[in-house]
Structure formats: structure tokens, C-alpha cells
Design a binder for this molecule. Structure first.
Ligand code: FAD
Length: 487
């Protein structure tokens, strides 16, 4: 095989890994040189540009992928521009015989991929897509009536009848080198030229301390979870004060690990365990992967998930437009400690515990009666795992506007949620050091502290920590009244 031979292009997108990557595997086994390509496309109409935290993640994931590919004999060629123009042009320029990729599921992405496929075939080239992001492709599951699922439990029952997914593929042993992985070409850039790694102002230092990005980080994170979190997953996954959940979400989001690989690793780990509750932990964990799959099922069948309420009645909701309240929520200055701790965790690490995500989302859409889309947008910009399916589906679930949504009248009480899921206040104290001096019984209700308790804790309500921006009872009733008026 020579570097001059006709290559197969592997177009990486949300599958930034070498293990269990069907498109890469097929290309590597073809006995032709492989040209690995990534197109940084923030311009294509309809494709939602990535938010700041996700862009930061992308930098690390691309660097890691490039290193891994170089280890196989062939680095990553990065391009900037619109994929719809670049992919056929790159294929022509390098005389590629075929372009392979793993599928994406957003409406705009599917449209672009279909157009590219048609163009490539028009050029006489092969264009082939594979399954890489999900355990089950979204169209493979349907109700007995032949339609999409709207309820998670029914979806998951159907998904579980399919049985164990195929074993993940190993990384290819070697990639036939191609000259295109070096040298210049129109649109070709170096990773650093994309300017994804922030420096001034350096808001990403907390992110950097919190994560090791890319496939290397994914493997380490998975191993850590299986060793330290998995055995109490079912009973403790709702506790933000314990590091029990896997924290694999950004890795799954960028495909630094495949859902199939995570599934099999959990299966293998539970098979080798003898402690009580193994089956429960496994089932619970797999069902959370199932929520991710269900979110993609919803996105596939309801492409406007990020922009339109799934339940049309919610489009008439009298949302409040209160910039000051929205800002207080974003900054973690609502006066409700669990909400504020979550929002500061998000800002610092780019991630937030699931239970707390539910509480902060409920607080925004119910207590503050602010449109779920405002919250979704903030999460989109600040989460390292910002995902077009899971983020919109979860926001709509909490707001009550989604398929299989939490009933609107179930309004989380942020004080009781804090007391139940962070009983010693460990989580709140970690993110709100200004409350650390309060006893645990007051940590979620600092306004009830006496003058002497506040003094002893070095806290001045309204100065060192805000008063609640809305009364819980009042906010709850206002939300209930608003929803009652919907058709
Ligand atoms: P684990 O508990 O270890 O679960 C394993 C994996 O399952 C996760 O990595 C994730 O991929 C998936 N998963 C778990 N819970 C859910 C869920 N409820 N919905 C969909 N997938 C799930 N998740 C995202 O990946 N991206 C988002 O943008 C996102 N936005 C959210 C917004 C709101 C308002 C809410 C309430 C939830 C959101 N979630 C999102 C879902 C969930 O909070 C995160 O997936 C989870 O907290 C990630 O932590 P983990 O990896 O430790 O999860």
C-alpha cells in the first residue's frame, strides 16, 4: 500500500474515538490508505453552533483523537468550513474512492449528510454511513401501532426485548497512511487555529481541573466508576454529595466512548461481582443509558425538540421575561442554596449532577416562570455534555411540556430536595463556601438562621448571601395558576 493510492476518507463527527468505531474499522480493513478528516462546521444552516464549554471539550477530544490516530499510522486532517462543500471537495482533491461516517440524528445534520451522500455518489464515489452513537438506531423501535414512543417506560420495555447489543469493536491495528493527512489543502487548519482552547479571559480553568478530555479520559472515567460508584449506583445516584454516577456524559456526547462499550463494561463488571444489589445497579444504570437513547428517539421523530414545546398547549404559557431573575439563576444567586450550588458547579466544572439539574430546571420554569428555552440555552452554552437530544428532552421533561413529562403540578421544593439528597449540606458547602459555617439543619434555609447563628457563621443575609428572590409558596401557586389556564 502506498501513500499515493486512492484513499477511503473517514469523516469523524460525534464519534471522536478509535475503539468501537464502525466507520473507521471498515475503512481500516479495506486494504487501502485511510484519510481521517474532521470538519469544524459552525456555519451550516440549521446546525446549532456548539456552546463555549462544548467547544472547549472538542479541542481536547480532537487532540486526543489525533494522537491516537498517529499511533495507528495516520493523523487527523482538520478542516474549517461548511461540510456540505468541503467533504465532496476533499474527496475529489485526494481522489478518494469512498467516504465513511457514523450517523448523526438532528434534522439539519441528516439533511446535510443525505445531500453529501448524493453528491459523492454523483461523483462516482461510495458513501456509507454506520451506527456509532447509540445502542439502537432511533427508527428501529416503534409502538405496536407502528409509531414513535412517547413514554419512556414503554420505550424501554421494547428496547430491553432486543437483548444485549453486539460486542464493541477493538481499535484497528493499523491505518494505511495517506499523504492527505499531512500537507495543505483548501480549508485545512491546525487544531490551534480553531481557537477552541480559551485563554483570555480564561474561564475554563475550572473545567481543566475537572476533566481529562477525549478517549483516554473516557476509559479512565469508566474504570473509576466501575470500581467506586457502580456498587451503590441504584441507591445513591440521586445524591449530589456522593460521587456515585459515572460522569461519562461528555464522553458519550462527543463519542469519546461508545454507548455500546459502556453497556458491555457494566455488564462484565456486574458479572464478576458478588455483592447484593448487583442486578439492580446494572438495570438502573442501563436504564439511564436508555434515557439517552429515548431522547434521541424523540429528537429523531420530533426534530424541533430544542425550539418547540412537544405539547402544543405549552406554547401559550405566559412565561415571564425577567432579565434580573434569569441572571440571578444563571449566576447562582437565587437565595436557594441547592439551586445556587448547582449553578455554580455548572459554571465551574461544565457539569451538574442530574438531581440538581432537575431542581434548577424546575426552579427556573416553575418558581420563576421563565421559558424552558432560556434554561436550555444556558445549559447549551455552559455544559461540557450539552447534547441536542438529552438537553432539550430533559428541559421539556422538567418543564412539563415534553413527551412523558413530569406532571406540571409536581413542583420541586428546593429546600426539601436539598435536605433529602444532601442531608449534611456537603454539596452545598462545597459550592457555597459563604454558607459553610451554618449548621446542617439551616444550610438549605439560611433565612431562618437567628442573628447570632448568622454572626457565628460569618454570614450576612442579603450581603454575603442573597435573600430568596421568590417565595417558594408564592412561586409554586403562580406556576400552578399559569398552567391551569392552558387549554
Ligand atoms: P450516569 O447516571 O452515570 O448515567 C450514565 C449515562 O446515561 C450518562 O452519562 C448519560 O449519557 C445518560 N443519562 C443519564 N441520565 C440521563 C437522562 N436523564 N437523560 C438522558 N441521558 C441520561 N445529559 C446529557 O448528556 N446532556 C445534556 O445536555 C443534558 N441536559 C440535561 C438538562 C436537564 C434539565 C436535565 C434534568 C438533565 C440533563 N441531562 C443531560 C441528563 C443527565 O442529567 C445527565 O446525562 C447526567 O447527569 C450525566 O451524569 P453521569 O454521566 O454521571 O450520568
Amino acid at each position: 500500500m502506498t501513500e499515493e493510492q486512492t484513499p477511503i476518507i473517514v469523516w469523524f463527527r460525534e464519534d471522536l474515538r478509535i475503539c468501537d468505531n464502525e466507520a473507521l474499522w471498515e475503512a481500516a480493513n479495506s486494504e487501502t490508505p485511510v484519510l481521517c478528516v474532521y470538519v469544524h462546521d459552525q456555519e451550516s444552516p440549521g446546525v446549532r453552533p456548539l456552546g463555549g464549554a462544548a467547544l472547549w471539550w472538542l479541542h481536547g477530544a480532537l487532540r486526543d483523537l489525533d494522537e491516537k490516530l498517529l499511533g495507528l499510522g495516520n493523523g487527523l486532517a482538520i478542516f474549517r468550513g461548511m461540510a456540505i462543500e468541503l467533504i465532496p471537495r476533499i474527496a475529489q482533491e485526494f481522489g478518494a474512492s469512498a467516504v465513511f461516517w457514523n450517523r448523526r440524528y438532528g434534522a439539519a445534520e441528516r439533511r446535510i449528510d443525505a445531500e453529501i451522500k448524493a453528491t459523492l455518489r454523483g461523483q462516482g464515489k461510495t458513501a456509507k454511513s454506520f451506527s456509532g452513537n447509540l445502542v439502537n438506531e432511533p427508527w428501529t423501535l416503534e409502538t405496536t401501532e407502528g409509531g414513535p414512543f412517547r413514554v419512556f417506560s414503554a420505550y424501554w420495555r421494547a428496547a430491553r426485548t432486543i437483548g444485549t447489543p453486539p460486542h464493541p469493536l477493538p481499535p484497528p491495528r493499523r491505518l494505511g497512511p495517506h499523504r492527505g493527512s499531512r500537507g495543505s489543502a483548501v480549508g485545512r487548519v491546525e487544531l490551534d487555529e480553531l481557537g477552541l482552547e480559551v485563554s483570555q479571559p480564561d474561564w475554563a480553568s475550572g473545567l481543566r481541573q475537572s476533566w481529562s478530555r477525549g478517549e483516554t479520559g473516557a476509559q479512565a472515567t469508566l474504570e473509576r466508576f466501575l470500581e467506586y460508584g457502580f456498587h451503590t449506583y441504584a441507591t445513591e445516584r440521586d445524591r449530589p454529595d456522593r460521587s456515585v454516577t459515572s460522569q461519562l456524559s461528555p464522553y458519550l456526547r462527543f463519542g469519546n466512548i461508545s454507548a455500546r462499550a459502556v453497556w458491555h463494561a457494566a455488564l462484565m463488571s456486574s458479572a464478576s461481582r458478588t455483592e447484593q444489589g448487583v442486578e439492580r445497579n446494572l438495570e438502573k444504570f442501563l436504564s439511564e443509558l436508555g434515557w439517552r437513547e429515548f431522547s434521541y428517539h424523540l429528537l429523531y421523530h420530533f426534530p424541533d425538540l430544542a425550539h418547540r414545546s412537544y405539547r402544543p398547549a405549552f406554547e401559550e404559557m405566559p412565561w415571564r421575561h425577567d432579565a434580573a431573575d434569569l441572571n440571578a439563576w444563571r449566576k447562582g444567586r437565587t437565595g436557594y442554596p441547592l439551586v445556587d450550588a448547582g449553578m455554580r458547579e455548572l459554571w465551574h466544572t461544565g457539569w451538574m449532577h442530574n438531581r440538581v439539574r432537575m431542581v434548577v430546571a424546575s426552579f427556573l420554569t416553575k418558581h420563576l416562570l421563565i421559558d424552558w428555552r432560556k434554561g436550555e440555552e444556558w445549559f447549551w452554552d455552559t455544559l461540557v455534555d450539552a447534547d441536542q437530544a438529552s438537553n432539550s428532552a430533559s428541559w421539556q421533561w422538567v418543564a412539563g411540556s415534553g413527551a412523558d413529562a413530569a406532571p406540571y403540578f409536581r413542583i420541586f421544593n428546593p429546600v426539601l430536595q436539598g435536605e433529602k439528597f444532601d442531608p449534611d449540606g456537603t454539596y452545598v458547602k462545597r459550592w457555597l463556601p459563604e454558607l459553610a459555617g451554618l449548621p446542617a439543619s439551616l444550610i438549605n434555609r439560611p433565612w431562618e438562621a437567628s442573628t447570632s447563628q448568622m454572626a457565628a457563621a460569618g454570614m450576612v443575609l442579603g450581603e454575603t448571601y442573597p435573600r430568596p428572590i421568590v417565595d417558594h409558596g408564592y412561586g409554586r401557586l403562580r406556576a400552578l395558576e399559569a398552567v391551569k389556564k392552558l387549554a
